[in-house]
Design a protein around this ligand. Sequence first.
Ligand SMILES: Nc1ncnc2c1ncn2[C@@H]1O[C@H](COP(=O)(O)OP(=O)(O)OP(=O)(O)O)[C@@H](O)[C@H]1O
Ligand SMILES: [Mg+2]
Length: 226
Amino acid sequence: MSLFQLEDIKKEFKHGSTKEQILKGIDLELNKGELTALVGASGSGKSTLLTIAAGLQDLSGGSIKFSGKNMTEMNAEEVREVRAKYFGFVFQHAHLVPFLTVKEQLELMLDTAETKWSKKSREARIEDALTTVDMWEHRDSYPENMSGGEKQRVAIARAIIHEPEILFADEPTASLDSKRSVEVMELIERLARELNITVLMVTHDNDILKYAERIVEMKDGKIIES
Ligand SMILES: Nc1ncnc2c1ncn2[C@@H]1O[C@H](COP(=O)(O)OP(=O)(O)OP(=O)(O)O)[C@@H](O)[C@H]1O
Ligand SMILES: [Mg+2]
């Protein structure tokens, strides 16, 4: 079932008086619970496409439909609401807050979430998310005492604690060694399979492509294979 559709997405950046077209008409559909990998040379536009899809950056043309709703017709506040309720994000670096414990990182996320949960349900959500990423034992640790893979798993817990429909990930394993990359990918694959989360993931790493159900390749702002 198609959950998310990008239609004829265009993006241009101004460099002085000239305009450069970075995305040249991208069509892409994401199916519920499917893990799609977005690959392509550096500068081909992968991160730009991901941030536009996630509503983090404006587009120059085209439309984005999520659950049948046209996000390009929404105002900024409505887009923010969709993002906060239904989308999760993971980046190359975990970006944890250095002076908060693992559990506090997630509490902070729930404080800023759109939905307000009761204390009991907040506790249960935190335990669930940390158990999913196998970090519950580390709930009182600070980032400086964790490995790169552990930090990334906490970042993933933070991204899924509000039970998003779509997880957008930009090179989530790029800062990890191969063993940690495999762990993080197995986790992301499990999120798609067991929790039915739709995943769009940018990667450079050929070794982790086997986890993707679908591989979409970009070249010079266009999709060349999907
Ligand atoms: N805010 C911006 N202003 C101007 N140009 C930009 C901006 N963001 C990206 N670009 C340009 O758009 C092109 C695509 O960038 P993008 O970051 O999407 O590539 P990418 O495929 O993610 O590359 P990488 O694999 O290196 O991360 C690049 O030429 C980049 O310089
Ligand atoms: Mg990029």
